[in-house]
Design a protein around this ligand. Sequence first.
Ligand code: MN
Length: 250
Amino acid sequence: MDRKQFLSRSLQTVAGAVLAGPVLLRAAGTPDSINPDGRTSSTDRDDPPLLGPLVFAQVPLPYSYDALEPSIDRMTMEIHYTKHHAAYVKNVNEAILAEGVAATTEEEMLKHITDYSAKARNNAGGAWNHNFFWQVMGPKKNAPTGKLLDAINGSFGSMEKFKEVFADAGMKRFGSGWAWLVSADGKLEIGSTPNQDNPLMGISELKGKPLLALDVWEHAYYLKYQNKRAEYITNWWDVVNWETVAGRLG
Ligand code: MN
């Protein structure tokens, strides 16, 4: 699977399942089995497909743990992916079962996130945000071109100014959180969210379609950079995958 298919799958897994057939009934009990795409299997072809509980999946990392060195060190990547992100995914799926979350897509759950517990909110955000974060980074040096570059220049004046505003959003996020570039109403916007909130959450002040995200939790940089968040952000620009960002802009 190439990166594009991969991103598409990770972000649209459950949406695709919904589009695959009419959903007339949600599973009332434990489904017999759940396919990787989140659908329950049905042995009776006359039955409409049943949807099991929403399941978040941790997408495979699209590069090796050391691929983003020296910007992001191997140990940070490995712990971030196998411990932090894995825990968010495990915990959100626990919360979905415990709370009987009725949302059928990740996006729907995020939009109505205040219907659920703090555990559901923190871990749904953590699961989604990291799946997104891995995709917007990569080892291949590249830069925005074409429509994306035009949009950045149009919204922020220049690439340098854009980077300055984005880095500032990351620096000014007190404590843990994320900096974002989103598109909303045809315009690009920069902002940040606390903890594991994101712009898809109904409760978020910053709203829009995420194009780029930067994790500014200390766990994302402390092993290599300690308290130097600014240096982490400066070096992070070298591993942004602008092709993914451009693909998100469409
Ligand atoms: Mn993180």
